[in-house]
Design a protein around this ligand. Sequence first.
Ligand SMILES: [Zn+2]
Length: 276
Amino acid sequence: MAILQPEPASTPVTGGRLPPISLSTNCPSCGIALDPEELAEEVYVCECGHHFRMHADAWLALLPDPTSWQERWADVRPHDLLEWRLPKPYQETIDQAREEGLNEAVRTGTCTLGGRPIWLAVFDFRFVGGTLSIVAGERLARGMEQAASSRLPYLLVAASGGARMQEGVLALMQMAKVNAAVGRLHDAGVPFFSILTDPTFGGTSASLALLADVNIAEPGAAIGFTGARVIKQATYADLPAGFQSAEFQLEHGQVDMVVPRNELRPLLAHLLELYS
Ligand SMILES: [Zn+2]
């Protein structure tokens, strides 16, 4: 793995200052009292190593070079095509999220990282649990098609509960659609890197998130298909401890590396150079 060691201090740990995220008052792993400003400086990683979940705005401050992010297709918006009513009307969920400044579970666009132009897609868990939807699938697939035709590397940051229940089979179809788009990246010889963050589950882990050339997980991230209770009910098996952790997935060959957040950007800059 020596070849993957980034050159020391060649790429800053963050592209910019990270915005606030809502935090508990104490770290759930070590119990220490948290200072939000101090934690932002440490890219929301506690001194014990606990990685706090970051929303899309924080990832977009962390990864791209300053002022390089250009968002695309933010005007492609979700609609309640199935008139879904449970547990509450889907349109109400969409409207409420819109009032909070969120318009979908995936944001996509172009930026530079370490000076190299890339396509970047970031899931936002705040929007209906980062679920894969018609609009999320459309934004992901369009970005991949553009990346393939312009021969620019594609970087994904996944945080998702799976396919969006409120869009039924139309959401499930997005798995096939984005996988076909991943195929176009491969056909074009364009590198695809995926960062799996806590949590990455369901239709997202079962489609594009684990199909990259390099699948990178954050320490302690929960990664799997469905919850432990459901698997136990279906298989009657005793499940190994921590079987849905990033570390377990690394040991069993599902991800290629587990990388602390403050090493991600230098590593990605190095990978971009290696694959260019
Ligand atoms: Zn801690």
